[in-house]
Design a protein around this ligand. Structure first.
Ligand code: ADP
Ligand code: MG
Length: 212
């Protein structure tokens, strides 16, 4: 086999799950693990990841008097995502840089589709129109009870506009994430996020093997 063929193509990995499940904690593990195998890694996040997308993030997360319409929220998420894909993710991948994102498109299905009650159909239409078939190679969905996740979030301190929502909102999000995983044809791997960080990392390492 020629050397070029043996070199693995740069991959795009996203981490998903409700607040406090350990996405950011796991992200640094995933980064270190992939770097230890000799790859260059770019860590990014959604909403955000480019200057304009980070401005949209602030608009979305800030607490405000005005009611934020669910469809407006969804479209802002997609606007920031397209900037992120076109200006950061695709250029990195074509340079051979692996990309790990703290949340990606599945979060729109969970938060706006589930949490805000917009359903999956409209999101599918917007996704197809704006992103075509661009998806992560692998998505790690960290899953645990909403109560446990919220307890972890509380330990972390200050909250944003999403984190101030009630427990039923997050239960709907968890359900939507799991439904999305079921429909993902193996792309989304569910990781039990409730055990110790060491055990969560072991499970993640196992799922990463399929991608490396
Ligand atoms: N497996 C774990 N067991 C116990 N605490 C954890 C675990 N993973 C993360 N934490 C802690 O829970 C809190 C939330 O984790 P974080 O990675 O910020 O979650 P997220 O990014 O998904 O909101 C942090 O204080 C973190 O140190
Ligand atoms: Mg986080």
């Amino acid at each position: 086999m020629q050397i070029e063929n043996m070199k693995s193509k740069a991959k795009f990995i996203s981490l998903e799950g409700c607040e406090g499940v350990g996405k950011t904690t796991s992200l640094s593990f995933v980064k270190k693990h992939i770097e230890s195998l000799g790859h260059t890694v770019l860590v990014t996040r959604e909403p955000g990841g480019t200057p304009l997308a980070e401005e949209i993030r602030n608009l979305l997360l800030d607490k405000r008097e005005e009611k934020v319409d669910a469809s407006a929220e969804l479209l802002l998420m997609f606007a920031s995502r397209i900037q992120h894909i076109e200006n950061v993710i695709k250029p990195a991948l074509s340079d051979g840089v692996w990309v790990i994102s703290d949340r990606f498109v599945d979060a729109s299905y969970a938060y706006q589709g589930g949490g805000r009650g917009l359903g999956f159909e409209r999101i599918e239409a917007i996704e197809k129109w704006s992103m075509g078939s661009f998806l992560p190679d692998l998505t790690l969905l960290l899953d645990m009870s909403v109560e446990e996740g919220m307890a972890r979030t509380r330990l972390r301190g200050d909250s944003d506009r999403f984190e101030d929502e009630k427990i039923t909102f997050f239960k709907t999000i968890r359900k939507a994430y799991l439904k999305r995983a079921e429909k993902s044809m193996g792309r989304i791997k569910i990781i039990d996020a409730s055990p110790s960080p060491e055990l969560v990392q072991q499970a993640i390492k196992k799922e990463l093997e399929s991608c490396l």
